[in-house]
Design a protein. Structure first.
Length: 288
């Protein structure tokens, strides 16, 4: 799974060109919030052209919500360009992801694309009703490639005046949404991607935010500015010390396959440590 997902307004060829030169693991060509309604027809054409440009990055498209006419127009415009995946905003539940999957079945067939190749990344918490259906993603479409979440639309929907405290930490309702996203992703066996850090000039704050995300179990982070990418990538890359420790844990259990818990450096190491160590090594190998 990618570490950094950089949102780019699909209406701006200049910003797309700049984003393409960034080190972002994935780009999200945005046809929703960052594009005014009257600019969407032109943005669809720009996105379609960019998808065909041969950019080597992982290219996603954020369409408009499925309960709008724009969603179908978005899909018709971009699917001939074979995007890596579709970012699905404002789903009510996994049923929306499943509905999108059925649409993609037909569009892949229509455009001669391999069946099932287009992935889905829902922004799973933007509507209040969605909070009560997070567990449904465990049985969602095989196209599900991860889960992410958002606080801005959710806070607006409930009438909150803010979603963070004075120190920039999530207030309780949004920390709940974040946690549910993390647990729902784990239940569905897909990566969890943490939401955006909106103060794009505060790179020190971003580094702390990204470090907490990785600590808690998220595998990537959404970005809104190219300057955020390097900070995010560094935060989600295992350090040499982490890799060395993970190697020792994996080797320890390889030499003691029947053991449930073992001592190392004065610490009790059990199977959850072994699972985490394997994940660290897999991530390090993938990033190389």
């Amino acid at each position: 799974m990618s570490r950094s997902f950089l949102f780019v307004p699909a209406s701006s060829e200049r910003k797309l060109a700049k984003a393409g030169n960034s080190d972002a693991d994935a780009l999200i060509l945005d046809l929703e919030d960052s594009v005014a309604a009257d600019a969407r027809p032109a943005a669809r054409q720009i996105a379609s052209k960019y998808l065909r440009s041969g950019d080597l990055k992982e290219l996603w498209v954020r369409i408009n919500p499925l309960d709008t006419r724009d969603a179908l127009l978005d899909l018709d415009a971009v699917m001939p360009g074979a995007p890596f995946g579709i970012v699905l905003p404002k789903p009510e539940s996994a049923k929306d992801a499943n509905q999108l999957a059925k649409l993609l079945d037909g569009l892949e067939q229509e455009h001669g694309l391999p069946p099932g190749q287009t992935k889905i990344l829902p922004i799973a918490t933007e509507r209040p009703a969605a909070i009560f259906h997070m567990h449904d993603y465990a049985a969602a479409t095989p196209r599900l490639a991860g889960l992410t979440w958002g606080a801005e639309d959710l806070s607006a929907a409930v009438g909150a005046s803010r979603s963070r405290d004075a120190n920039g930490h999530w207030l309780a309702p949004y920390e709940l949404a974040r946690s549910l996203c993390l647990f729902a992703a784990a239940a569905a066996s897909v990566p969890a991607v943490d939401t955006v850090f909106t103060d794009y000039k505060d790179l020190e704050g971003l580094a702390q935010y990204a470090a907490r995300a990785r600590r808690d179990g998220f595998e990537g982070l959404l970005a809104i500015h190219p300057d955020q990418v390097a900070v995010i990538n560094a935060a989600f890359e295992p350090s040499s010390d982490e890799v060395e420790r993970a190697k020792r844990i994996v080797e320890l259990f390889a030499n003691n396959p029947q053991a449930g818990a073992l001592g190392m450096d004065g610490e009790m190491i059990d199977r959850p440590h072994w699972i985490q160590a394997k994940r660290i090594l897999e991530t390090a190998a993938r990033l190389k």
